[in-house]
Design a protein around this ligand. Structure first.
Ligand code: NAD
Length: 368
């Protein structure tokens, strides 16, 4: 059986870091019978330059047929003035919408050798491993009515609507519970049920599905403002946090910064799961196209490589290979190899050297 992967490098450092991901896939093909078949496509500004759109229908078809999409980053000053519907981010939004990627996963993992880079004390973040599951296709970012209107009294009114239906809450809660079962078996559901009816519905539906199908998993409910506080006070109390689109947007950024650098943060956007594996999925680093360093060969490829590690786990069911890759990255960092963004003392290696170091360590750990 072949594993079909679509690589969309995008713009700026997206193109540089995805070269390193391809090397890693090549290693798993040669050493672990991964059997990946890779296709390539354009997205973002690169696609706009070639086809006049942020992603073409042909590339969308490739995405529909693939088991996993590996996405680099899009955007840059060159495309700042293109029409709103063709801006680079529109490619990503189309992928999310048409592949129905409703669950956004953002792990916050703090490798012990990087725990000094966090803005929090070492003991608070060292060996942290939590996962934020954010609902991605509903809530206040999509609810109707919305807009800005002129009022007769001369004021203007801005409106957005926070709206969730039970099926939307149920399916994201199921993803969180399923993932928790493969981790430390704990879910914290976060909303504002004290002041929002949609939050009360969220609370009731998560509780209900827990009782019906997942009562082996520990479940906590925490108001979203308290959750923000607890994340910076004692983040290790969490395992999986499940929350809506708006609170997830903020809480996942807070959690991200616990771990130090943007160059280290992976993410996954997942659709429906069948037999524990996600049928449509997109994996991408949290960072953007970094025009300030693009073309210099100094971008950190680890966020993208860690995103591929998530693909190994969630799209291909290869938990051992995912662990091997994460252990190799951990060893590279323990040995002191750093790209510029995570180097404290000024000594750093290039993007491609970092990719090579990961492969060297895959070789070593694979023989042990
Ligand atoms: P950015 O994430 O591109 O960069 C922010 C800072 O972090 C920069 O100083 C950059 O050099 C650094 N950085 C980011 N990734 C790094 C890496 N892997 N290694 C080393 N340093 C890294 O955010 P920005 O500057 O706000 O945005 C730049 C462009 O990227 C914009 O066009 C924005 O719209 C776009 N963007 C795209 C995505 C995406 O594709 N999903 C996400 C965020 C921003």
């Amino acid at each position: 059986m072949t594993n079909k992967i679509l690589i969309l490098p995008g713009d700026g450092i997206g193109q540089e870091v995805m070269i390193e991901v391809e090397k890693i896939i090549g290693w798993f093909n040669s050493n672990k019978d991964f059997n990946a078949e890779i296709e390539y496509g354009l997205v973002g500004g690169a696609s706009y330059d070639a086809d006049g759109v942020a992603i073409s229908d042909a590339t969308m078809q490739l995405a529909q047929k693939s088991d996993a999409v590996l996405f680099g980053a899009v955007g840059g000053p060159k495309w700042d003035d293109v029409a709103y519907e063709h801006r680079p981010e529109a490619g990503l939004l189309r992928l999310r919408k048409e592949l129905d990627l409703f669950a956004n996963l953002r792990p916050a993992i703090c490798f012990s050798s990087l725990s000094d880079s966090s803005s929090l004390k070492k003991e608070i973040v060292e060996d942290l491993d939590i996962l934020i599951v954010r609902e991605l296709t509903g809530g206040v970012y999509f609810g109707e009515p919305r807009g800005i209107e002129e009022l007769e009294n001369g004021n203007r009114r801005g409106t957005n609507t926070q709206v969730y239906e039970t099926w939307e809450i149920q399916r994201i809660a199921e993803v969180a519970f399923e993932l928790a079962r493969k981790r430390k078996n704990k879910v914290t559901s976060s909303e504002k049920r004290n002041v929002m009816e949609s939050g009360l519905l969220w609370y009731e539906e998560v509780k209900k599905i827990h009782q019906e199908k997942y009562n082996d998993v520990e479940l906590d409910h925490m108001l979203a403002d308290n959750c923000g506080m607890q994340l910076v006070r004692w983040p290790k109390q969490f395992d999986v946090i499940v929350t809506d689109n708006l609170f997830g947007d903020m809480l996942s950024d807070v959690a991200a910064m616990l771990t130090g650098s943007l160059g280290m943060l992976p993410s996954a956007s997942l659709g429906k799961a069948v037999n524990g594996l996600f049928e449509s999925a997109l994996y991408e680093p949290v960072h953007g196209s970094a025009p300030d360093i693009s073309g210099q060969g100094i971008a950190n490829p680890l966020a993208s490589i860690l995103s591929f590690s998530m693909a190994l786990k969630y799209s291909f069911g290869r938990n051992k290979d995912s662990k091997l890759l994460e252990d190799s990255i951990s060893k590279v960092l323990d040995d002191g190899s750093r790209t510029k963004d995570i180097a404290d003392d000024g000594d750093f290696i290039s993007t491609s050297e970092m990719g090579n170091k990961v492969i060297e360590n895959l070789e070593i750990l694979n023989k042990e």
